[in-house]
Design a binder for this molecule. Structure first.
Ligand SMILES: *Cc1c(COP(=O)(O)O)cnc(C)c1O
Length: 412
C-alpha cells in the first residue's frame, strides 16, 4: 500500500465552518421560526455579480476561442503581458511602488498561491503567524511539514505567534525572537484592521535587518478608504529585498467563482542555499510555474484585464463603495448596542465583542437564536480571537439593513 503524506494527519479537523453548520442546523431543527429567516454574515464569499465590463470582455474572449482565426492555445505560464502590464501599472507604479511587469505572476487565485509559495522555501524556516489568522497560512504550513503536532487549544508545535490584540490595534509587532518567514494580511481578514505606513515601515526594516521574508496578503487592498494607508507593501522603501505580495480579484472584482489573482515577487528578493549563497526567489518561482502549470485561461485573463479599463474601474469602485457602506452600517449597529467595534473602515469585516465578555461561541449562539443571523466566532481564527465575532459586509443592502435592524433588537 502506498504511504500517505503524514503531515496531513497532523491537521486538526476542519473545525470552524462544519461546526458553524452543525450549530445552525441544530438551531433550525429546534426553532422553525429561526430557520425561516436566517441571514448568513459568516462566509467570505461575495454576492456578486461580476461587473458589465468584465462580463463583456469574457464574452468576447470566448468568441475568439470559438473561431479558428482568433483561437488561442496555451497561455504563457505566468500570465499574458497585457494583464501583467495593466496590473503592474495600475496597482503598483501609479502608486509609487517600483514593480516591473515580469514581477507579476498571474494565477487562479491567491489562496492557492499562499500555499504553493512554501514549495520554494526550505523546510527548516521558523515561521511567524498572526493570531487570529486566516487559517490557510497555518494549514498549508502543516501540510508542507513545517510544524510539529497540533497543540491542545489550537495552533501547532514549532510555529511562532504574532499576537493581534486590542492593545496593538490588531496589527502585530515584529517579533523579538528569530523568525525567517512572517505572514501579514492587510486589510486584515478576520479582524478588519489596517496597518499604517510607519508600522509597515517598521516591519520592512525588521525583515531587512533580520534577513527575514514577509509574505504579505493584500487580497483586500481595493477596500482601503484612507488614502494615507499603503495599498501594497511595495509602497514602502526596502520592501523589494524582503517581501512577496499576494493579491486577488475575488472580492472587489467578484472573481470568487471566476478565479484569478496574482503574486508579486521582486527580482532582488533572495533566499539562502545550504552553502549560504543568495538564490533568487523570482527565478525559483518562475521555474515552479513553468514546470507545474500552464497558466490561467484566456477568457479569465481578459476579464481580469477589464477590471483595469476606465469602465471596469468605475464599476468596481461602485461595488467596493457599496460594501464599505455596509461595513459602516454594521459597525454603527454594533456600536449602538454598546459593543466594542473594530475594523470595518478599510476592510469589509467588522470585528466586535460584547460588553458582557461572552465567549465567541456564546455570542454566536445568542445572535443566532435571538436574531437568526449567522456570524463567525472569532476563536475559530485562533485562540486570541476568543470573545470576538466577525461580521462580513459581503451581502445585499436589503439583508444588511435587516441585519442592522435585528441587531438593534438584541438584548445588551
Ligand atoms: C478571500 C481571501 C483571499 C483570496 O483568495 P482567492 O483564492 O484569490 O479567492 C486571500 N486571502 C484572504 C485573507 C482572503 O480572505
Amino acid at each position: 500500500m502506498a504511504h500517505v503524506n503524514e503531515h496531513y494527519l497532523k491537521l486538526a479537523g476542519a473545525y470552524l465552518f462544519p461546526e458553524i453548520a452543525r450549530r445552525v442546523k441544530a438551531c433550525a431543527d429546534r426553532r422553525p421560526d429561526v430557520a425561516d429567516r436566517i441571514i448568513r454574515c459568516g462566509i467570505g464569499d461575495v454576492p456578486g455579480p461580476i461587473v458589465p465590463a468584465v462580463a463583456s470582455a469574457m464574452h468576447d474572449a470566448i468568441d475568439e476561442l470559438a473561431s479558428i482565426e482568433t483561437f488561442r492555445g496555451y497561455p504563457p505560464a505566468t500570465g499574458y503581458d497585457f494583464l501583467r502590464e495593466a496590473i503592474a501599472e495600475h496597482d503598483f507604479r501609479s502608486r509609487g511602488a517600483p514593480i516591473d511587469d515580469d514581477e507579476i505572476f498571474v494565477s487562479d487565485g491567491s489562496k492557492g498561491d499562499c500555499g504553493h509559495f512554501l514549495e520554494i522555501l526550505g523546510p527548516n524556516n521558523i515561521v511567524g503567524l498572526p493570531d487570529p489568522v486566516y487559517p490557510v497560512y497555518v494549514d498549508t504550513n502543516v501540510m508542507a511539514g513545517r510544524t510539529g503536532s497540533a497543540l491542545e487549544g489550537g495552533g501547532y508545535e514549532g510555529l511562532r505567534t504574532l499576537p493581534a490584540t486590542v492593545e496593538n490595534g490588531f496589527v502585530p509587532e515584529p517579533p523579538d525572537e528569530h523568525v525567517d518567514i512572517a505572514y501579514l494580511c492587510f486589510p486584515n481578514n478576520p479582524t478588519g484592521s489596517m496597518i499604517d505606513r510607519p508600522r509597515l515601515e517598521a516591519w520592512v526594516r525588521w525583515a531587512n535587518e533580520h534577513d527575514a521574508i514577509i509574505l504579505y496578503d493584500a487580497a483586500y487592498a481595493d477596500f482601503i478608504r484612507d488614502p494615507s494607508k499603503p495599498r501594497s507593501i511595495f509602497e514602502i522603501p526596502g520592501a523589494r529585498t524582503c517581501a512577496v505580495e499576494f493579491r486577488s480579484f475575488s472580492k472587489h472584482g467578484a472573481f470568487t467563482g471566476v478565479r484569478c489573482g496574482y503574486t508579486v515577487v521582486p527580482k532582488e528578493l533572495e533566499g539562502r542555499s545550504a552553502d549560504r549563497e543568495g538564490i533568487s526567489l523570482h527565478s525559483l518561482w518562475t521555474r515552479r510555474w513553468t514546470t507545474r502549470a500552464n497558466g490561467v485561461s484566456w477568457p479569465v485573463q481578459c476579464g481580469a484585464a477589464a477590471l483595469y479599463t476606465p469602465d471596469g474601474r468605475d464599476q468596481t469602485a461602485e461595488v467596493v463603495t457599496r460594501y464599505m457602506d455596509h461595513a459602516r452600517l454594521l459597525a454603527d449597529g454594533c456600536r449602538s448596542l454598546g459593543w466594542q467595534v473594530h475594523g470595518g473602515e478599510d476592510a469589509p469585516f467588522v470585528w466586535t465583542s460584547s460588553p458582557g465578555g461572552e465567549d465567541s461561541w456564546s455570542l454566536f449562539e445568542r445572535i443566532l437564536e435571538e436574531a437568526a443571523i449567522v456570524v463567525t466566532p472569532g476563536v475559530g481564527f485562533g485562540r486570541m480571537g476568543e470573545g470576538f465575532i466577525r461580521i462580513s459586509a459581503f451581502n445585499t443592502r436589503e439583508r444588511i439593513d435587516e441585519v442592522v435592524d435585528r441587531l438593534g433588537n438584541l438584548g445588551g
